[in-house]
Design a protein around this ligand. Structure first.
Ligand code: PA5
Length: 443
């Protein structure tokens, strides 16, 4: 199971800028209201809480059908791509180089509209031997749909190459699915950023040779703990209360996710999207910041130690990396090298993680640590479910709806205007007027 250590958030350890037990006690009634809002599942967008118990047979069936393709190209954006990306990087790093070509396709994730990326992907795959997974809950996201249209034409409409992961009832992709293209559902009440444990993330997991059931088993195993009404026994609620108090009492509105693993770099990005899009609204919110240890010790830690006192650092400590290298007995005459010999690289990365926690704490900089026994499907499932629940609870503590994203709409409407969508002519004019008023410097 994951572990959670929050000592370095507390005033008794880090001094006056920390949280007191009385502070946690003071938030108890709000915390109770938040957990009961979660448990009652009254909002329509809370179907993701049931994902750990879903039937995975349709996902497995599609995976079996697609496994013989040489490549797997995923088209999606935001919550419809970051989850699968995270599954790929955590569970099968360097997948395309290390994979067994007889067992699993090469994987490419196109989650932007950068034409040069699409060109690069198409230059290394044989599109006819490629399975294409189009993921869009709404079925109408311009970035994803435009790529789909291009690939569909390149494949001359060969339906058997596609699987559409979309809303079970609504949207254009669903209509296409009814016309004979294979599909998987993003179940009701599951928004993009809460969808990784739905077919959105599970199909890719199966295709890279993982058992999607393990992701779900991990999520199930952490679920009950995250439903407890006792703040000190519920890690997700405690996490939410601590970040909430740090912001409301100490003005620390930035949360840095700092996993000590390259395999969790994409997890950091996934968390940032979940946290930002869920919590930034009504003039409120918490700002996420993605990071990776030890790399960012040489990039960011100076700022965190001595810069503005506006951050909470969330370490993720990995106990077992599943691999290790012993540092050999060479260069023993050099003091800067001799002390390293005999240790494993995993000793060094863990020592650096622990040391950085303490150094920050000594400087009065609050931090907490999620411990991860190992990076496998089971623990990744726990991590996804834990952070989704913690995000929803933080939203409830802030008094906002953590499941919508109303303010991304205006940018979409202005884009529609520029791209000539019917009914958005006034938006086109608005952009053009703004453009005319811009000041350009030729450099
Ligand atoms: O988290 C979200 O809800 C968003 O980031 C969506 O995932 C993103 O906008 C893509 O939406 P869709 O899946 O409808 O294409």
């Amino acid at each position: 199971m994951l572990g959670f250590n929050f000592s370095f958030m507390m005033a008794e350890v880090i001094g006056a800028k920390g949280i007191t037990e009385r502070g946690i006690e003071g938030a108890r009634s709000k915390a109770l209201a938040a957990i009961s809002e979660l448990k009652q599942k009254k909002r329509a967008e809370m179907g993701w809480l049931d994902l750990p118990w879903q039937d995975t047979s349709a996902v497995k069936e599609q995976a079996a059908r697609l496994r013989d393709f040489e490549n797997f190209l995923l088209l999606g954006i935001g919550g419809s791509a970051l989850g699968p990306k995270c599954v790929l990087e955590a569970l099968s790093p360097l997948h395309n180089l290390k994979r067994d070509k007889h067992k699993t396709p090469g994987v490419f994730i196109y989650d932007n509209v950068d034409p040069s990326t699409l060109e690069s992907i198409l230059s290394v795959i044989d599109i006819e031997k490629t399975a294409v997974n189009v993921i869009s809950k709404s079925g109408g996201t311009a970035e994803t749909i435009s790529a789909f249209m291009i690939i569909f034409e390149k494949l001359a409409g060969r339906k058997e190459n596609f699987v559409l992961t979309t809303d079970p009832e609504k949207g254009d992709l669903r209509k296409l699915a009814s016309g004979g293209m294979a599909s998987l559902p993003v179940p009701p009440g599951v928004g993009g950023r809460y969808s990784v444990l739905s077919p959105v993330g599970l199909l890719l997991a199966e295709l890279i040779g993982m058992d999607s059931g393990e992701l779900l088993r991990g999520a199930r195993d952490i679920h009950e703990k995250c439903m407890s009404e006792d703040v000190l026994k519920n890690p997700a609620l405690l996490f939410a209360v601590l970040v909430y108090l740090m912001q409301s009492l100490e003005g620390r509105g930035m949360d840095v996710l700092f996993p000590y693993s390259d395999r969790l770099r994409a997890f950091s990005e996934w968390f940032c999207q979940l946290w930002a899009e869920s919590l930034g609204k009504n003039g409120l919110g918490l700002t996420p910041y993605p990071s990776v240890g030890t790399t960012d010790q040489h990039s960011q830690v100076q700022l965190w130690m001595e810069g503005p006192a506006d951050k909470v650092i969330v370490f993720m400590r990995v106990e077992d990396y599943g691999a290790d290298f012993r540092i050999p007995d060479v260069f023993v005459e050099y003091a800067n090298m001799a002390f390293l010999r005999g240790h494993g690289l995993s000793d060094l990365i863990k020592a650096e993680e622990e040391a950085t926690e303490l150094a920050l704490a000594k400087a009065g900089r609050p931090n907490m640590t999620i411990t991860v026994p190992g990076i496998d499907a089971y623990h990744l499932g726990q991590m996804f479910h834990f952070f989704e629940i913690a995000t929803a609870l933080t939203g409830f503590l802030l008094g906002i709806n953590p499941f919508d994203q109303p303010s991304v709409e205006e940018g979409k409407r202005l884009t529609f205007g520029l791209m000539g969508k019917k009914g958005f002519e006034d938006k086109k004019r608005e952009v053009e007027e703004a453009r005319a008023g811009k000041t350009f410097l030729v450099l």
